[in-house]
Design a protein around this ligand. Structure first.
Ligand SMILES: Cc1cc2nc3c(=O)[nH]c(=O)nc-3n(C[C@H](O)[C@H](O)[C@H](O)COP(=O)(O)O)c2cc1C
Length: 344
């Protein structure tokens, strides 16, 4: 990879093959957000990306969750969500997705069969057995951490690099040791403290969207940055225009960390769904159950352009984002960095 710029794997349709390939073709590292994909979808995406770029790219996976499937919580939440479904004319019954070990193992098989060379993870560290199998094929492994303690756990479990996800970051919190409230450390504090302690390369993520953030991250001890929000607004990203528009028109104080969409805390733009559901936040079923319960509402709302009921994942630097091609974003980043480095 020519430049230390990683486009975050973003599950849920953001990372089209065109986006991943555009970033890799410009010398960054594109990543397929494969967390929710089944084996066939993942294979299709990988093959599509391979057609569009000869450069390396990564696949990002979710470490399988352990959760408590309380029927009572599911039923209560289901009835609270019914008014949204009625309004959107959703008639089909809710299916609970199985984000289980078996889906993860299927995804890992595809990684082997398609000879993917870089694999990143969030929501925890895969089992020793999976790590050994991946490493025996020389696949580069990138973990995610939100505290120094989690960075150490990644290093001790043989991850080759670790993404330090600051509290500014858009999307789900990757925290897996302590509750998320105790792991909300800003990128500025997290990156130097982690890079002092671990020997594996640290990748800074959270609130970085242009050259100033990239240079700052490198000065703080990171060897690369991972950017999410800045690529959600790219022309190649798979989300609807209204979502991209919502990001570029948002301000730094308009995002919140909420569990109402998926049962797992994630940062997104405050909207009506969050306001209506936040009072029940403590009573929701855990991830991935809540994610399944809200899935039809989120996807139907997207079809009907109702951003108020969608999960608009977004970090704390929306003012720095632009609606332009990923190529343009990459070119601007590189020019900005060169300008900043010359000035110093
Ligand atoms: C829309 C969106 C979806 C995301 N999905 C994932 C994901 O599937 N896997 C992952 O490791 N991180 C995911 N993230 C988090 C990113 O890896 C990264 O931590 C974050 O985007 C960095 O902050 P930024 O958004 O301010 O650039 C997502 C972020 C966004 C904005």
């Amino acid at each position: 990879v020519k430049y230390p710029i990683i486009q975050a794997g973003m599950a849920g349709g953001v990372t089209t093959p065109k986006l991943v390939a555009a970033v890799s073709n410009e010398g960054g590292l594109g990543s397929i957000g494969a967390g929710y994909m089944d084996a066939a979808q993942l294979r299709r995406h990988i093959q599509e990306v391979k057609k569009l770029t000869k450069n390396p790219f990564a696949v990002n996976l979710f470490t399988p969750p352990v959760y408590d499937a309380s029927k009572d919580k599911i039923e209560k939440t289901n009835s609270r969500l019914q008014p949204f479904r009625d309004h959107l004319h959703i008639s089909e019954t809710t299916k609970i997705d199985k984000l289980t070990d078996s889906l993860f193992l299927e995804q890992i098989e595809v990684i082997f069969e398609e000879e993917v060379s870089i694999c990143s993870f969030t929501f925890g560290i895969p089992s020793v057995e999976i790590i050994q199998r991946l490493k025996s094929r020389d696949i580069i492994l990138i973990g995610t951490a939100t505290t120094v303690e989690e960075a150490i756990a990644n290093e001790n479990n043989d991850m080759d690099m670790v993404v330090m996800q600051g509290s500014e970051a858009g999307g789900h919190r990757g925290s897996f040791i302590k509750p998320f409230e105790d792991s909300m450390i800003g990128t500025m504090a997290l990156v130097p403290q982690a890079s002092d302690v671990v020997t594996i390369p640290v990748i800074a993520a959270g609130g970085i969207a242009e050259g100033r953030g990239l240079v700052a991250a490198l000065v703080l001890g990171a060897q690369a940055v991972q950017m999410g929000t800045a690529f959600v607004t790219s022309l190649e990203s798979g989300v609807i225009d209204a979502y991209k528009e919502a990001i570029v028109n948002s301000h730094e104080d308009q995002t919140v960390v909420t569990s109402v969409f998926s049962g797992k805390p994630a940062r997104g733009i405050q909207n009506e769904f969050i306001s209506k559901m936040m009072d029940y936040e403590d009573e929701l079923p855990e991830y991935p159950l809540q994610n399944s319960l809200t899935k039809s509402i989120r996807s139907e709302a997207a079809k009907q352009n109702i951003t108020e009921w969608m999960s608009l994942w977004c970090g704390q630097s929306p003012r720095l984002t632009k609606r332009q091609s990923a190529r343009q974003t990459m070119l601007e980043l590189i020019t900005q960095v060169e300008g900043l480095v010359k000035r110093s």
